[in-house]
Design a protein around this ligand. Structure first.
Ligand code: PRP
Ligand code: URA
Length: 208
């Protein structure tokens, strides 16, 4: 599991606990998703390439650095939407490319319904954003899409992952790092993560 990172940051642990709480209302839930996304994105981007850049301060020239890579944020609709602002706030010049997938309730397989990626890739690094990695079907399908698009460097940033989903990602895309706030026990009979947090889309959008 060398490519799987579960955050140990106290702020992440504190916020995920509040996020899981059944008493947390959608407004607070959205705030927590956004904040956790920012903290995990900070961790997930620690190896981005930079190039040297000089800048004039009011007093002198300082040696600095600027991001060398063009970054794409790829939220999986709809629950991934809530993670965008947190990640985007750290990298305001990132592009945001939405992928629409839902998990068919019977087959549990991902069904793609939205993809407006242009023919040629416009970014060199993609961060897939989705709070839940359950069976892993949605994450694997999204990496498939991005690889076909031509992106070489892909990372998955989630909040809660199940061992089943992590295994599927590692079987299909072992080189894709997985950044999570927590790795849970497993899936129930409906492929919901236990203990998890319930339905991440419903809890954000008040539709449950
Ligand atoms: C949830 C979640 C993931 C997917 C994870 O989305 O946001 O995209 O399930 O499950 P998997 O790992 O088994 O594929 P859902 O399909 O409920 O769609 P929604 O966000 O539109 O509600
Ligand atoms: N999708 C969710 O929103 N929650 C789960 O536990 C599994 C899939």
């Amino acid at each position: 599991m060398s490519n799987v990172f579960a955050s140990k940051h106290p702020l992440v642990l504190h916020k995920v606990t509040k996020l899981r709480d059944v008493k947390t209302e959608p407004k607070k839930f959205r705030e927590l998703v956004r904040e956790i996304a920012a903290l995990l994105t900070y961790e997930a981007t620690a190896d981005l390439l930079v190039e040297p850049r000089q800048v004039q301060t009011p007093l002198a020239v300082a040696s600095g650095a600027e991001l060398q890579e063009k970054i794409g944020l790829v939220p999986i609709l709809r629950a991934g939407l809530g993670m965008v602002e947190g990640a985007w706030g750290l990298m305001p010049s990132a592009e945001v490319w939405h992928i629409g997938l839902y998990r068919d309730e019977k087959t549990l397989k991902p069904v793609e319904y939205y993809n407006k990626l242009p023919v040629e890739p416009t970014v060199s690094v993609c961060l897939i954003l989705d709070p839940m990695l359950a069976t892993g079907g949605s994450a694997v399908a999204t990496v498939d899409v991005l690889k076909r698009w031509g992106v070489k460097k892909i990372k998955f940033v989630g909040i809660i992952g199940a061992p089943e989903g992590i295994r599927l990602m590692q079987e299909h895309h072992p080189e894709v790092p997985i950044h999570l706030a927590a790795i849970d026990e497993g899936l129930n009979d409906n492929a919901y993560i236990l203990p998890g947090l319930g339905d991440a889309g419903d809890r954000q959008f008040g539709t449950g």
